[in-house]
Every structure is written in C-alpha cells, then in structure tokens.
Write a protein that binds this ligand. Structure first.
Ligand code: FAQ
Length: 311
C-alpha cells in the first residue's frame, strides 16, 4: 500500500536513516537521484578531458605520473557513480547516450579550456576544492549507494586538491613568468569555480525538495560561501590574488563578502555555448564509438564463458 510505504519512507528520512535500492521510494525521489547522480558521473567523465589535455606535455616524469593517476581517479569516480545510478533502474548505456546526444547535463566547469600547465594547478586547487565543499555533505545523503560512493571519492578529491595547491605553490615561488602563469590561471578559473555550486538559492528549482529529502544538506549559496571562506586564506599562502575587488572579510557576518557572479555566462554554458562544450562532447562521442569493439568483444567473451559454465 503506497500510503503506508510513503509513511515508512518519510519516517526513515526523518530519522536520518538510509534508503537502499530495494526499498520503496517515491518516483520523484528516484528521478531526482538519477538526475543528480547521472550528472555527477558525467562530470567526472567529461572532467577527464581538460587535464587529459596535458598528460603528454607535463613538465616532468613525476608530474606526468601524478597527473595520469588523477585522471584515472576521475574515471574511477565516474564508474562508481554510474553504478550508483544503475541501482535506481537506469543503465549506463542509456546515460551515455543521453550525454552524447546532449540531453544530459554535466558540470559547467569542464567547458573551459586549459591553455597552460598552471591550469592543472588551478583545477586541482579550485575545482577539486569546490568539489570537496559540495561533496563532503553528500557523504550523508539519504540514498545509501550515493552516500557510500562519496566517501571514497572525497578522500581522493582531497588528495587532488593538495596536488593542485602544490603545483601553484611551486609556480608562484618560481620565476616571474611562472608566477604570472599561475596568476593568469587563477584569474580564469576563480569565477567558473564559484558557478559550480549552481544558481543562487532563489533560482534553484530543485534545492527545497532535495533538502527535504536529505539528498542535499546545504543550499547552493551556503556551500559557495563555505568555499570562498576556505579558499581566501589559501590564496594568501600561495601569494596569488583572487580576481574580485569586492572580496573582503565581513566581521559582522563572520564571512567573506564577494562580488556578483556573471549568471549570464553560467546560463550560456548550460545552454551548450561555453568555450569548449562542442569539443568535450565530440571527444566523448569519438571515444565511445572508438571503444565499441571493446564492448562487443567483452560481451562475446561473457557469452562464451556463460555457455562453458552450463556445459
Ligand atoms: N553545471 O536546482 P539546481 C567533479 C543545473 S565536481 C551544470 O540548483 P540541483 C570532480 C542543475 O542540474 C562537479 N549544470 O539543481 C572533478 C539543474 O538542471 P536540471 C560535479 C548545473 O541539482 C574535479 C539546474 O541547473 N559535481 O566532477 C550546475 O539541486 C576535477 C538548476 O539547479 C556534482 O555534480 C553546474 N555547475 O543542484 C572531476 C555534485 N549547477 O537538471 C574532474 C553533485 C546547477 O534541473 C576534475 N551535484 N546546474 O535541468 C549537486 O550537488 C547538485 O546537482 C548541484 C545543483 C549543486 C550541482
């Protein structure tokens, strides 16, 4: 009986319990999770491209091996997240189709280019930093498989953030040209990183319901503020400036004030008109098509093995 199942679901959420794949859940809860976890998985997979761009050009063998490991971690995160989404009744092929056709979203941040090595530092420091702020509370999301996937992902993101900070620290304490390159990367990545948290609370159609379901634990603006507060002191250690003249400590609020985000740019990127949207999808499509023979071979092998098991 649905009313009884709904009451049980509500009670579980109220008691900070976890919803598991076989439990009854409202269809809208399932849909929201498929949307958010799917977008999150796509972000990890598309997010391999901006950094993948530098693997062949990393400045040393050590830097190259660290970067390769980071990009592989991102692939791993994408795979755990696709698996978590699959427990809700959608399959990975369908999600991949949606991504390639352009009907599924992924994070706006991965539509910006990476013209210099310092971008690897800025992505680690700012993009992974923002990802951690957003994702640590998701370790307590009400849906079990998502929350559990987040625990390992957050540990790896913390390491990624440190490695980005270290790249920028080295550059900002290097030659004038290196410091200028680090500053330029920070100038380009700062505002798009703030956009990762999503629209302002007043324009966030999904927040209220997702918070009531305890999928999201904090609002977009709350997490954005947390990120700013965490990052400003780190920028001081780096000796780099954040490109916002309005950024200053507000004693009364106990937070940093910051300038107005360009929401027109955010909306343009979401509509597919960011600097690299076309390239990212074209690359993903080519990789998917290029990998078709691997999927076919794996399926043929699995069929053969299962026949053997029967014989
Ligand atoms: N980009 O009502 P809300 C990473 C969409 S980190 C694109 O506020 P919600 C690690 C939103 O989907 C990046 N779209 O939505 C890494 C919705 O559209 P829809 C991935 C955005 O869901 C680091 C509409 O706007 N992290 O990959 C964005 O309650 C380095 C209205 O927004 C996650 O996905 C955006 N920035 O809150 C990898 C975290 N913001 O579906 C490689 C999990 C909003 O209604 C290298 N996700 N939209 O058409 C979340 O926490 C939430 O989904 C939010 C959005 C906070 C992103």
């Amino acid at each position: 009986d649905t009313t009884e199942a709904q009451a049980e679901f509500d009670a579980r959420i109220a008691a900070e319990g976890r919803i598991e794949p076989r439990d009854w859940m409202p269809e809208a809860y399932r849909k929201t999770l498929i949307r958010q976890i799917g977008q999150h998985a796509h972000s990890e997979i598309i997010g391999m491209q901006p950094e993948g761009n530098w693997i062949t050009r990393a400045p040393s063998l050590k830097r190259k091996s660290i970067l390769m490991a980071k990009v592989q971690d991102e692939a791993g995160h994408g795979l755990y997240l696709y698996s978590a989404a699959e427990t809700l009744g959608i399959d990975r092929d369908t999600m991949t189709e949606q991504l390639i056709e352009g009907t599924a979203r992924y994070s706006s941040i991965f539509n910006y280019p990476t013209p210099t090595w310092a971008d690897m530092g800025a992505i680690g420091w700012l993009v992974d930093g923002a990802a951690i702020c957003n994702q640590v509370p998701l370790c307590r999301a009400s849906y079990g498989p998502y929350a559990r996937a987040m625990v390992r992902i957050c540990k790896e993101e913390s390491f990624h953030q440190r490695q980005g900070f270290e790249i920028l620290y080295e550059l900002s304490h290097g030659t004038e040209a290196q410091k200028a390159m680090a500053q330029d990367a920070v100038n380009r990545w700062w505002w798009p990183s703030l956009m990762m948290f999503g629209p302002p609370d007043a324009d966030s159609p999904n927040s209220a319901q997702s918070m009531a379901w305890k999928i999201k634990r904090f609002s977009n603006d709350e997490l954005r503020q947390r990120f700013v507060d965490m990052t400003v002191p780190q920028s001081e250690v780096l000796g780099l400036t954040l490109p916002d003249p309005d950024l200053k400590w507000n004693d009364e609020r106990g937070h940093y004030d910051f300038g107005e985000i360009d929401w027109t740019e955010f909306k343009e990127v979401l509509k597919g008109r960011g600097p690299c949207n076309h390239l990212r999808i074209a690359n993903r499509k080519a990789a998917h098509e290029g990998g078709a023979w691997v999927r076919e071979a794996a399926t043929a092998y699995a069929v053969k093995q299962s026949r053997r098991a029967v014989d």
